[in-house]
Design a protein around this ligand. Structure first.
Ligand SMILES: Cc1cc2nc3c(=O)[nH]c(=O)nc-3n(C[C@H](O)[C@H](O)[C@H](O)COP(=O)(O)O)c2cc1C
Length: 247
């Protein structure tokens, strides 16, 4: 088989080729979160500290981790969604240099993800696309106007029907300059590693709210970016996960 871009990517993103990143050239650090449309009604999620979830044995939770693609036609509650958002991207602390510490690790605490949610079946939430505002633990309605958005996103993900049938699907997108500012081209590797940590927390966290989850990386990048409304260059979709009730 002919060598493709993958081999070159791994070679050219080796640490020794990193070069001086923008941070060391004194360029300003990008913001820790994208701005949101202040004309929209922002939804305050139940505070993570107020949410009670049943205790789980760590060994059993890890043993029982699995991908689940069939869900019951039952809604998640808003506290349950809040719990999952906190487990995947929850901000525990904002440090003085505008750095966040979260429930997941991230190379250099760069945390380059913005989470979008396709909400199909969550109590007290209109169906549609939302963005998680991690710093204040809120939701920004992002696209509640398009009644076909669930079908469009399903089609863009190679018709994996679990997206349309999920109670909620998480879309993790990367704002790449947050990574590149410190790590240059090597940042493209780090964000992929970061995404694994995020989704693994989701795989574990769904278990104490009677939900199942499936990570999804088979999607048409351009279509998903376009439907979400991001440019695919400065911000692009990295990974998805469907979630729904299982009992
Ligand atoms: C990076 C990644 C991408 C995946 N993409 C898909 C996908 O597009 N569709 C799907 O049905 N499952 C997807 N999966 C789930 C895997 O198929 C699943 O993890 C694997 O079959 C092992 O099953 P288990 O998770 O139950 O142990 C993905 C998993 C990972 C980690």
């Amino acid at each position: 088989m002919k060598d493709g871009i993958g081999k070159e990517f791994i070679k050219k993103t080796q640490h020794k080729f990193m070069g001086p990143p923008d941070q060391s050239k004194g360029k300003p650090q990008p913001p820790i979160e994208l701005k949101y449309d202040t004309t929209k009604t922002i939804i305050n999620l139940p505070a993570p500290s107020s949410i009670t979830v049943k205790d789980m044995d760590l060994r059993k939770t890890i043993e029982n981790r699995k991908s689940v693609r069939k869900y019951l036609d039952q809604p998640l509650t808003l506290p349950e969604l809040s719990w999952l958002l906190w487990c995947t991207q929850g901000v525990k602390e904002v440090l003085h240099k505008q750095v966040t510490l979260r429930t997941v690790p991230s190379a250099g605490a760069r945390h380059c993800f913005e989470t979008y949610l396709l909400v199909n079946n969550v109590e007290d939430l209109q169906s549609g696309l939302y963005r998680f505002l991690a710093v204040n633990h809120q939701l920004e309605p992002h696209n509640l106007e398009d009644p076909h958005i669930a079908n469009k996103l399903t089609k863009a993900c190679l018709d994996q029907s679990m997206i349309r049938k999920s109670a909620v699907t998480f879309f993790w997108t990367s704002v790449i300059y947050r990574m590149k500012w410190r790590y240059g081209e090597r940042g493209y590797r780090y964000l992929l590693l970061d995404a694994g940590h995020v989704c693994q927390n989701l795989y574990l966290a769904v278990q104490n709210i009677n939900c199942g989850v499936c990570g999804v990386a088979a999607f048409n990048d351009e279509e998903v970016n376009q439907i979400i409304g991001i440019d695919g260059v400065t911000q692009f979709v990295v990974y998805l996960a469907t979630v729904g009730k299982v009992r």
